[in-house]
Design a binder for this molecule. Structure first.
Ligand SMILES: *Cc1c(COP(=O)(O)O)cnc(C)c1O
Length: 383
């Protein structure tokens, strides 16, 4: 991770806010093990830095989406427990064993193949979490007989340890009976099979929506970063989450357009009077989608300025007051919930959700981590 960077467009990550959110969400379910979901590079924020910070404040269990992500964490010195939330290739079990990673078994067939693929576990063994389908119909086992066959296979194997039983809710973020129904399905399975060390069903929305008192762990992603999975969840939340992400840039050039002159590819914006345009060094390559023309960014004094013309790969242009000059700071996303530049507004503008906007924060954007003890810079491009 390089500490240097040469373009003034950066993602500010407020680690103290993440710490606040961890305490707030774990406080709602103090008896449950907190599994911090840091898949997809910790939702774009940088999985190693986020994991290091979280382990420092007491998190000892992480979840990721792929074996590659788990290995990446190990290569960067993360020693805490790691669960991969979906199936890996059966033949990659040896890699999971080597790196001491817990795996998810979505079916008897997968489990059988995975067990057969193990060459030599060197006495290490591998932890297995059985995935139950409770209505999402994406991954997992639906009937009790198959769950029991899987438990029997695990217990008969010299390599496998039955460590977890979990499910994922299809609609925890909406105001409906659906999550209760799916939890009921999961609960009925739990009650009829042998219980492992960890039983978990809640994602962020589930943690706000359900008690899930048959579960002793929960898997929290989005709300750790300070965002509610939906307005409904924000409305029922007993805690105040702190947004952790800012996206900031600086003016690199300005132009005065006379009436009738245009800007950017295709000259799709034509000045209807004399206007000043500022060019910002961020584009769709950084996750600022082409459909964000018209989105309003904010100057340091709070003035909001619309993006005009076509979004380029490396640049956007905004219409500004005429005093704006080279080097002026511009806020594209602010870590405030009720602002025109909130992560929610930034997402709504292009009909998406904070999850997706965060994952799209490009690799070219250095992440600057602000913690309780100063700042740390990570630039993937120069690492
Ligand atoms: C991503 C994911 C989570 C975390 O979801 P959030 O809504 O971000 O809290 C939990 N469980 C599974 C299986 C996931 O894929």
């Amino acid at each position: 991770m390089s500490e240097k960077y040469y373009r003034d467009t950066i993602v500010d990550v407020d680690l103290a806010a993440i710490g606040h959110n961890y305490k707030a969400v774990s406080g709602m379910h103090p008896d449950k093990t907190f599994i911090a979901v840091i898949k997809a590079n910790a939702y774009g924020l940088g999985s190693t830095a986020v994991a290091e910070y979280l382990s420092h404040i007491g998190v000892d269990f992480f979840a990721v989406g792929t074996l590659d992500e788990a290995v990446e964490l190990r290569m960067h010195g993360i020693r805490e427990k790691i669960l991969i939330l979906g199936p890996i290739r059966p033949e990659d079990m040896n890699k999971a064993i080597k790196h001491r990673i817990a795996v998810t078994a979505p079916s008897y067939e997968w489990l059988k193949r995975a067990e057969q693929a193990i060459e030599d576990d060197d006495g290490k063994g591998v932890w297995v979490h059985i995935k139950v389908n409770s209505g999402m119909n994406r991954l997992g086992v639906s009937n009790i007989k198959e769950v029991n066959q899987m438990i029997a296979l695990i217990e008969a194997s010299p390599y496998l340890t039955y460590e977890g039983l979990f499910s994922h809710l299809s609609s925890a973020e909406v105001d409906s009976e659906r999550p209760f129904k799916e939890y009921g399905t999961f609960k009925s399975i739990i009650s009829q099979v042998k219980k492992p060390q960890f039983v978990h069903v809640q994602n962020s929305a589930g943690a706000f929506h359900l008690e899930a008192d048959e579960c002793n762990a929960m898997r929290i992603g989005l709300s750790l970063y300070g965002y509610y999975p939906s307005d409904f969840i924000a409305g029922i939340s007993p805690v105040e989450l702190k947004p952790s992400v800012g996206l900031v840039t600086h003016v690199v050039d300005t132009h005065v357009l006379q009436e009738g002159e245009g800007v950017s590819y295709g000259l799709k914006y034509i000045a209807d009077e004399k206007v000043t345009i500022a060019t910002l060094p961020i584009g769709y390559a950084d996750g600022f989608l082409r459909s964000r023309t018209g989105y309003k960014v904010a100057l340091e004094d709070g003035t909001s300025c619309p993006v005009v013309g076509t979004v380029c790969m490396d640049y956007i242009m905004i219409r500004v007051p005429d005093h704006v000059e080279l080097g002026d700071k511009v806020h594209i996303i602010t870590p405030k919930r009720h602002s025109a530049q909130s992560m929610e507004s930034y997402s709504d503008y292009v009909d998406t959700i904070p999850y997706e906007s965060m994952c799209k924060l490009g690799r070219r954007l250095p992440r600057i981590y602000h913690g309780t003890d100063g700042s740390r810079i990570s630039n993937e491009v120069l690492k």
